[in-house]
Design a protein around this ligand. Structure first.
Ligand code: AR6
Length: 169
């Protein structure tokens, strides 16, 4: 499995799935969530609404899947990271967001997946701590190397890019 690090906009990434750092309502918001819905078009929001109507809100650490709408990616996996308050439970919830996204991806036969730096924007999770949790969750996922062909970590800001770059060395 290839692990790739890029700096840029996840909406432009060609992968089977990109992951969205959503909120529990699944109805869109700012940050990467806003960018994905803007670039992906209204069908993604329609699918999110249908999911909420069927199974309720998406709890922190859980994930749901929609099509990629107008995006180059075939699917969007919407997950909800924790808001950072400094409670140790938040580490586990952040790990769950990555793990549950991977589980859903594998269930759908996805081979290439791109992650943003979940929770490190509006939800204020410390970036270094979040990167460590993200890398551990993904790289230690059972049999990941056999299940996926490529994982891309997409850093939008320079600070996250530098942190990932150091940790991946
Ligand atoms: N491509 C890749 N990464 C991006 C992009 C982009 N186009 N835009 C921002 N980022 P955030 P959160 C990075 O705030 O902290 C929304 O309102 C950004 O630099 O998008 O999980 C949701 O609806 C940061 O590193 O998500 C929720 O309410 C990372 O994406 C809330 O924000 C995550 O920042 C979720 O907050």
């Amino acid at each position: 499995m290839t692990v790739q690090l890029i700096r840029g906009d996840i909406t432009k990434v060609e992968a089977d799935a990109i992951v969205n750092a959503a909120n529990s309502s699944l109805l869109g918001g700012g940050g990467v969530d806003g960018a994905i819905h803007r670039a992906g078009g209204p069908n993604i929001l329609e699918e999110c609404r249908a999911i909420v109507a069927r199974q309720g809100k998406c709890k922190t650490g859980e994930a749901v899947i929609t099509s990629g709408g107008n995006l180059p990616a075939k699917y969007v996996i919407h997950t909800v990271g924790p808001v950072w308050n400094g409670n140790p439970k938040e580490d586990e919830l952040l790990a769950n967001a990555y793990i549950n996204s991977l589980k859903l991806a594998i269930e759908h036969g996805i081979k290439t997946i791109a992650f943003p730096n979940i929770s490190t924007g509006i939800y204020r999770f410390p970036k270094e701590r979040a990167a460590e949790i993200a890398l551990d969750a993904v790289l230690d996922f059972p049999m990941i190397g056999e299940k996926l062909d490529k994982v891309v970590f997409v850093c939008f800001d320079e600070e996250n890019f530098n942190i990932y770059n150091e940790m991946l060395k």
